[in-house]
Design a protein around this ligand. Structure first.
Ligand code: NAD
Ligand code: MG
Length: 379
């Protein structure tokens, strides 16, 4: 297997990627994170051949990591450039729109982009698509639902597929009313029933904004209209995606809620790797499905609206949510205010085109300023 660059190596997906790489005895080409933490230092020591990227080091971290010599780079641009080394697989496990540049660099260099960073596709889907076409790179999704759909859609002919279904666990507040979720705390929202993930995506799973972002991600990855992309709540998180075919057959992809499965597939595609685990306990498994509650979780509706508006609207949706989630985690706004801040920001920022990375980042910045302005009056 080709050497692998792991961007966002100290996060939930990054760590699991390093576990899979170790199991497969593959080579690590590069490792990057936002801060020069103790964990990144230990990874740099454990992988002496790997290039190391620190996106936003403190002066002390810069001194310490600088001691490792020319294999270390600092700053966002330099970290993104690690994705351009020829002949590698890039696992983009950065959180937030900060991951967009690395996706573009990997795509333009003709590398395989194993994409966990859904924000790249949400904010800059058309730009990433153009970079893949220009550079000859290939994108294999890591997000579990998109990995499922990618595998289900392989070898399907155009016209054979009627609709795509993404499943959602429903998060920790499934079954609650809008009044009941209004006062939930960050601690409660961070307790996800089925997945262990970083804080932003965990809160996004509790509001259903994660599914909103995933609907837009699916639209860009697979080219289906929004009317043909449905979300169903499936609390067991075992079925990750369903494809409904023209003849009425439904193909479902299911497996344990273990992100190492889609990570491994993104590395081995089109081959299948090996997972050392007992057989799936099929006879002891029940699967249930229910519709999402858009009244308690308006973020999903906002996702469809932003997706259908197109242009910069999804970038605005994502940026406003990044600001609102941070404000919720630090106690500045309540849970229900997350969607309020996002909706007000979408209303205030006009939709523009996203034909260049500059336009994406401009929309992102404007949305951050507008969303920050709404924090004070949303609670
Ligand atoms: P996390 O918060 O656990 O980790 C984020 C990582 O990104 C950290 O290593 C951090 O240092 C790094 N990072 C942040 N800003 C950076 C920058 N500017 N440059 C370089 N590195 C930077 O997040 P996570 O849960 O691992 O999620 C990562 C991405 O994968 C997100 O886009 C998320 O939506 C997606 N994803 C995660 C899961 C999951 O199970 N955790 C599942 C599907 C998709
Ligand atoms: Mg997902």
């Amino acid at each position: 297997m080709r050497p692998v660059a792991v961007l966002g190596a100290t996060g939930s997906i990054g760590r699991q990627t390093l576990e899979v790489i170790a199991e497969m005895e593959a080579e690590v080409a590069a490792i990057a994170a936002r801060r020069g933490s103790r964990e990144l230092w230990d990874l740099a020591t454990a992988h002496p051949q790997a290039r190391i990227g620190v996106a936003a080091p403190t002066p002390t971290e810069r001194d310490q990591f600088g001691g490792l010599g020319s294999r270390v780079v600092f700053g966002d641009e330099a970290v993104a450039s690690l994705a351009g080394e020829p002949g590698i697989i890039v696992v983009n496990a950065v959180v937030g729109v900060a991951g967009l540049k690395a996706s573009l660099v990997a795509a333009e260099a003709g590398n395989r982009l194993a994409l966990a960073n859904k924000e790249s596709m949400v904010a800059g889907g058309p730009v990433v698509g153009a970079a893949l076409a220009a550079g000859g790179g290939e994108l294999i999704p890591v997000d579990s639902e998109h990995s499922a759909l990618f595998q289900l859609l392989a070898e399907r002919k155009p016209g054979e597929v009627r609709r795509l279904v993404l499943t959602a666990s429903g998060g920790p507040f499934r079954g609650m009313t809008a009044d009941q979720v209004a006062d939930v705390t960050p601690e409660q929202a961070l307790r996800h029933p089925t997945w262990q993930m970083g804080p932003r995506i965990t809160i996004d799973s509790a509001t259903l904004m994660n599914k909103a972002l995933e609907v837009i991600e699916a639209h860009h990855l697979f080219g289906f209209p929004y009317d043909a992309i449905e979300v169903v709540v499936h609390p067991q998180s075992l079925v990750h995606g369903v494809v409904e075919l023209s003849d009425g057959a439904l193909l479902a992809h299911f497996c344990d809620p273990d992100m190492r499965i889609p990570i491994r597939y993104a590395l081995t595609h089109p081959e299948r790797g090996t997972r050392r685990a007992p057989h799936f306990p099929l006879a002891a498994t029940s699967l249930t499905f229910e519709p999402p509650d858009l009244e308690t979780f308006p973020a999903l509706r906002l996702g469809y609206e932003a997706g259908r508006a197109g242009g910069s609207a999804p970038a605005v949706l994502n940026a406003a949510d990044e600001i609102a989630v941070q404000a919720f985690l630090t106690g500045r706004i309540g849970f229900a205010s997350i969607a309020v801040v996002v909706e007000r920001t979408l209303n205030d920022v006009p939709v523009g085109p996203v034909e260049s990375v500059g336009q994406v980042l401009e929309a992102d910045l404007e949305a951050r300023l507008v969303a920050t302005g709404h924090l004070g009056n949303s609670c």
